[in-house]
Design a protein around this ligand. Structure first.
Ligand code: PEP
Ligand code: MG
Length: 875
């Protein structure tokens, strides 16, 4: 079996479409080599070896060693250097790279091949002793940390000490002799930890390979995969890339950088990047030195700058996507070390996808698939309240690394941030700079602020990927992790105090600022969504109770109202006393009198909704919750309410007691209420039909009201309430002399209704799955109390998703599927929708599309998300 893939001189054994076995980095190095782009030669050990390694008790396939030896030999031939050769030493980098990019999650070792002999050779070869010993000490540090587990900080301390002794501040101020001494310091550190640095370069190579494969299962890599929903077994593992070293730190005609073919924050088609003269790659990524903008390279070396720009363009056209490229310049010669599809903000993802269609590089389907439903959600996401932010105090400014506004309490430690988040606190994680160990805390935070690092530093890249607001490199800030505070000028912010950050402007504010969601769809998002509309089969409606919500939803593209929960209007100030009078009525007459007062108010509500929706379908549900929800339970409110409805406190208490149920969610609610009190259904029908009639008469607006009966489990329940509704509606319509059609349908939210959907469809003219209740009753999980144990279920892997957020495909989903099939078998033109929370969840929408539903209905802000998710479901 082939385990090792070689690449050099415009010829590679791998290709871009071999990501699964070469990892993203390896596949792209091979592809670029084939394209004739200047890539240093090397070879990739496949991800299949990683899988083998873990399947076989951390051992390698028998023939791996031979294949690595052969590849190494070829590499030595093409470079004219040899691993361990004291005259012409070959130096390589050893890097991880899985099929999915996991920035900084796994290990990298540079300058491998240096030892006490080869370092002398390198010094002679480059005529630069300082450079050689700097490379050596870096290698000792990385190798010790990565392959042997010696804490990174120990090496840093030794370096600091040397600088202190010499009275200098910067690494570059240390000369060759200082670095030689530092090498000896480092070796001492190895000894102190009971380790020995292998002078045998071949041993170094295998130790590094072991370390990279070992890093696949390290804590932070596992955590990264968890956070990014990469399942175990989804990837084979990491590949190991062994690539000839090129040096960006051999002098001022050298350097290293990272560039994007478009701006990864805004998506604008402008090359974007950073460059650091006389530096090695990790100096940029670690955010230790702050690099200069890419354009500066033009001044330093215009030829190389132009070559880079032309390669950027070629790579983008070739991959048909925005590329994130790492490059190094060694003595004026450009090398490309890596290219990959660049991580980008949600805003940029949308703009780039739309622009690439306009540029003819991809088609509309591809554009729709490139954007994650969450991207659409995020661009509609928080900004600061305009007024509040005007008066807020800017205490610092950093780089706007990941857009959006966030406000929270300051914590300096990732673990603590996670803990506080669990306690329900809004957290802003503040760090000098972040490293992969901080990823858990970054994920828990509302936003991230760092004092150091550039736009491609760890904090910036990871925050963008997470869609978290982040401000990085706010250099005025001095973080004191010991005292748990940071200082900017004379302002001191202590742990637990509020700050706010704006990842769009880079501003850092003192105190809490309310965040608000932006309104309206425009520009590229709007265009992308119209493409989604052309593609999708599922309709998208909204759950809205009042005209204001309906209006927002229409602007977001809702094609109707899938659920109006009428009882929400009952809580309005002017209604609640009337509702209560209806509930405490002792006789039917009393109840009808109270209902008669409610009728005109409800009718106005519905007119408002119908007017806003301008002829689009509007589904209105009859009263659903148990009546006790409308009555007070606190002693101190009893008196006021008793007066309000004209009974004694004692009487009110006894009514509340009578209404008390041990299990109200399974109690007297839904159609059970209108079966007991048909007069409520009569009033609501009058309000709905009356509103439609009046709108037709007064404003010539056509409406087709859909009256929905909740919580039906047995066809006879539906029959009974439907009869009441129909008699009322038909009489009104007849009296009006207007031609009005309306529909009567039902929620399917009790398992029995799904099972007997064929019968129920004989009466129901439409179905809407209430997946909230259906989940509650199928699992037998109380939707209001599930928080007591669900987090543990998720943690222990008993359930993969919160079933109230994302549909349970195998269980609840099967009821939805069965109900749809049975219903449509009885009534061919039966319209079937869903109006539970799942209607706005992309993963659930995938299922609803496959199950043959006609539409989903969700809260207004999720309508755009549902439009894109529905389109993706059909592609
Ligand atoms: C449902 O049960 O899914 C539903 C939409 O109704 P409610 O959430 O109002 O019970
Ligand atoms: Mg329900």
């Amino acid at each position: 079996k082939k385990w090792v893939y070689f690449f050099a001189n415009k010829q590679a054994e791998g290709r871009a479409d071999m990501k699964d076995i070469l990892g993203g980095k390896g596949a792209n190095l091979a592809e670029m080599t084939n394209l004739g782009i200047p890539v240093p030669p090397g070879f990739t050990i496949s991800t299949e070896v990683c899988k083998y390694y873990y399947d076989h008790g951390k051992t390698y396939p028998e023939d791996l060693k031979q294949q690595v030896d052969e590849a190494l030999k070829r590499l030595e031939e093409v470079t004219g250097k040899r691993l361990g050769d004291p005259e012409r030493p070959l130096l390589v980098s050893v890097r991880s790279g899985a099929a999915v990019s996991m920035p900084g999650m796994m290990d990298t070792i540079l300058n491998l091949g240096l030892n006490d002999e080869t370092v002398v050779g390198l010094a002679k070869l480059t005529n630069n002793e300082r450079f050689a010993y700097d490379a050596y000490r870096r290698f000792l540090q990385m190798f010790g940390d990565t392959a042997l587990g010696i804490p990174h900080a120990e090496f840093e301390k030794a370096l600091e000490k040397r600088k202190e002794e010499k009275g200098v501040k910067l690494d570059v101020e240390l000369d060759a002799d200082d670095l030689k001494a530092l090498v000896e310091d480092y070796k001492e550190i190895y000894k102190k930890h009971g380790k020995e640095f292998p002078q045998d370069t071949y041993k170094q190579l295998w130790a590094a390979i072991d370390a990279v494969f070992g890093s696949w299962m390290n804590e932070r890599a596992i955590k990264y995969r968890q956070i990014n929903n990469i399942k175990e077994g989804e990837l084979l593992g990491t590949a190991v890339n062994i690539v000839t070293m090129v040096f960006g730190n051999m002098g001022d005609d050298c350097g290293t950088g990272v560039c994007f073919t478009r701006n990864p924050n805004t998506g604008e088609k402008i090359p974007y990047g950073e460059f650091l003269q006389n530096a090695q790659g990790e100096d940029v990524v670690a955010g230790i030195r702050t690099p200069v903008p890419l354009e500066e390279l033009k001044k330093i070396n215009e030829a190389v700058y132009n070559e880079l720009l032309s390669i950027m363009e070629r790579l983008e056209k070739h991959y048909r996507d925005m590329q994130d490229i790492e490059f190094t310049i060694e003595k004026g010669k450009l090398y490309i070390l890596q290219t990959r599809n660049g991580k980008r903000t949600s805003q940029a993802a949308i703009k780039i996808a739309v622009d690439l269609v306009h540029e003819g590089l991809i088609d509309k389907e591809t554009a729709v698939m490139r954007v994650k439903p969450e991207d659409v959600e995020r661009v509609l996401h928080p900004k600061f309240d305009d007024e509040e932010v005007k008066n807020a105090k800017v205490i610092a400014k950093g780089l706007p690394a990941s857009p959006g506004a966030a406000t929270g309490k300051v914590y300096f430690d990732a673990k603590k941030a996670e803990e506080m988040h669990k306690n329900g606190e809004a957290v802003i994680l503040v760090r000098p700079e972040t490293s992969p160990e901080d990823v858990g805390g970054m994920n828990a935070a509302e936003g991230i602020l760092t004092a150091r690092g550039g736009m491609t530093s760890h904090a910036a890249v990871v925050a963008r990927g997470m869609g978290k607001p982040a401000v990085v490199g706010a250099e005025e800030i001095v973080v004191d992790e010991e005292k748990l505070e940071f200082k900017v000028g004379d302002v001191v912010v202590k742990e637990g105090e509020w700050i706010s950050i704006d990842g769009t402007t880079g501003n850092v504010y003192l105190g809490k600022i309310t965040t608000v969601k932006p309104q309206g769809l425009e520009g590229e998002v709007a265009e992308l969504l119209t493409w989604a509309d052309e593609i999708r089969r599922l309709g998208v409606r909204t759950n809205a109770d009042v005209p204001r919500d309906a209006k927002v939803a229409r602007e977001f593209g809702a094609e109707g109202i899938g659920l109006c929960r009428t009882e929400h209007m009952f809580f309005e100030k002017d209604r609640i006393p009337k509702v209560r009078r209806m509930i405490v009525a002792k006789t039917k007459e009393q109840r009808e009198a109270a209902l008669a007062e409610l009728l005109p108010l409800q009718k106005e509500d519905f007119k408002g909704l119908f007017r806003t929706m301008k002829g689009l379908p509007v589904t209105i549900r009859l009263i659903d919750p148990p009546l006790h929800e409308f009555l007070p339970h606190e002693e101190d409110q009893m008196k006021e309410v008793a007066e309000q409805v004209g009974i004694t406190v004692e009487e009110l208490k006894s009514i509340v007691e009578q209404l008390h149920e041990l299990n109200p969610m399974l109690g007297h609610r839904g159609c059970r209420l209108t079966i007991t009190y048909p007069e409520i259904a009569v009033m609501q029908t009058k309000a709905i039909i009356g509103a439609a009639i009046e709108l037709k008469k007064e404003e010539n607006i056509d409406v087709i009201p859909e009256i929905m009966i909740p919580l039906v489990g047995h066809i006879n329940e539906l029959k009974y309430v439907k009869k009441v509704v129909k008699e009322t509606a038909d009489a009104l319509i007849k009296e009006s002399g207007i031609d009005l059609t309306y529909k009567v349908g039902t929620m399917i939210e009790i398992p029995r209704a799904a099972v007997t959907a064929d019968q129920i469809a004989q009466e129901a003219e439409f179905f809407s799955f209430g997946t909230n209740d259906l989940t509650q009753m199928t699992f037998g999980f109380s939707r209001d109390d599930v928080g007591k144990f669900l987090p543990e279920y998720l943690e222990k892997g008993i359930l993969e998703h919160d079933p109230f957020k994302s549909l349970d495909w195998e269980g609840v989903g099967q009821l939805v599927k069965m109900g749809t099939e049975k219903g449509k078998a009885t009534r061919k033109d039966l319209k079937v929708g869903v109006c539970g929370e799942h209607g706005g969840d992309p993963r659930s929408i995938l299922f609803f599309d496959a199950a043959g539903l006609d539409y989903v209905s969700c809260s207004p802000y999720r309508v755009p998300v549902a439009r894109i998710a529905a389109a993706q479901a059909t592609i």
